[in-house]
Design a protein around this ligand. Structure first.
Ligand SMILES: C[S@@+](CC[C@H](N)C(=O)[O-])C[C@H]1O[C@@H](n2cnc3c(N)ncnc32)[C@H](O)[C@@H]1O
Length: 265
């Protein structure tokens, strides 16, 4: 496949970090790619699966090419494809969720480059799975809202998030890029009519060995710790199970500690 006459760009979802959550198709494309352009959030474990002879370019805006713009990323993809290479544009999670996929496919279309989108497991779905919860529940949660915690998440013209329109008792909110200002989010949620007892769970580095999560309720969200990035916030009645389990785990931890105290006596 390498160096064939017509290049093609594959916009591939790398999933949340665990290499076992890569799709079979993503794995095969990584094995055959002529060049891989990846974002910062693609885990080191996944990058290490790319064959050593393959050119790898970190086009992430944080740790890679520090000043690279979206236009320059588009130009690089196009230039590699015009050289006849099979280009894998590797994005964390799913490329169609807060991944600037539309801007890249527009550029590829305008340059007349063949492309294909290969889905991946998005962070919100992986976070829910790690908590062993269902984001929908016939009895309580009939809709899932995928939203960025920053107004400019995917729409640079948006100034404020209209939580009132998103928050209903039946909604599970999956909030990407929630930032650290949980006091502000708490105020906005309460003002939008969300009950203070609704469970809220912050999941950091979902699916990796470094995963941490913190369960609380909307009314207590100002106490959420700033867990390491990337982190995602899940809110809704569907998270009650995660809450119950974390309380049970804390209780059993407290009991273990009590046992230790007793046996030390
Ligand atoms: C620019 S968005 C990219 C989302 C990605 N396309 C996806 O589908 O997961 C980056 C945000 O995704 C979330 N995220 C990505 N990977 C994550 C992970 N392993 N654990 C928790 N949140 C993650 C965080 O909210 C992070 O700020």
């Amino acid at each position: 496949m390498k160096g064939s006459l017509t290049g093609k760009v594959y916009l591939v979802g790398a999933g949340p970090g665990d290499p076992e959550l890569l799709t079979v198709k993503a794995r095969a494309l990584l094995d055959r790619a002529g060049v891989v352009l990846h974002d910062d959030l693609v885990s080191a474990e996944i990058i290490s699966l790319i064959p050593p002879q393959t050119e790898i370019v970190n086009v992430g805006k944080r740790s890679g090419l520090k000043k690279i713009t979206q236009n320059e990323i588009n130009e690089r993809m196009i230039a590699f494809a015009k050289r006849g290479l099979q280009v894998v544009r590797l994005k964390s999670g799913d490329p169609a969720i807060f991944g600037r996929l539309a801007e890249e496919t527009d550029a590829l279309e305008a340059a007349d480059i063949l492309f294909e989108v290969v889905p991946g497991i998005t962070a919100g779905i992986a976070a829910a799975a790690s908590l062993r919860v269902s984001l929908t529940d016939r009895r309580s949660s009939s809709r899932v809202v995928i939203v960025s915690g920053h107004p400019s998440g995917e729409n640079e013209n948006q100034e404020k998030i209209d939580w009132k329109n998103l928050v209903t008792p039946e909604s599970t909110l999956v909030i990407y890029m929630p930032g650290h200002d949980f006091s502000r989010l708490r105020e906005e949620f309460l003002a939008a009519g969300l009950a203070s007892g609704v469970p809220a769970v912050l999941v950091s580095q979902a699916s990796t060995p470094r995963q941490q999560q913190y369960c609380t309720r909307v009314g207590e969200m100002h106490k959420l710790p700033p867990l390491p990035a990337p982190a995602i916030l899940l809110i809704g009645r569907s998270l009650e199970r995660a809450h119950r389990r974390s309380s049970a785990e804390n209780l059993s931890l407290a009991l273990d500690e009590a046992d230790l105290v007793i046996s030390a006596k």
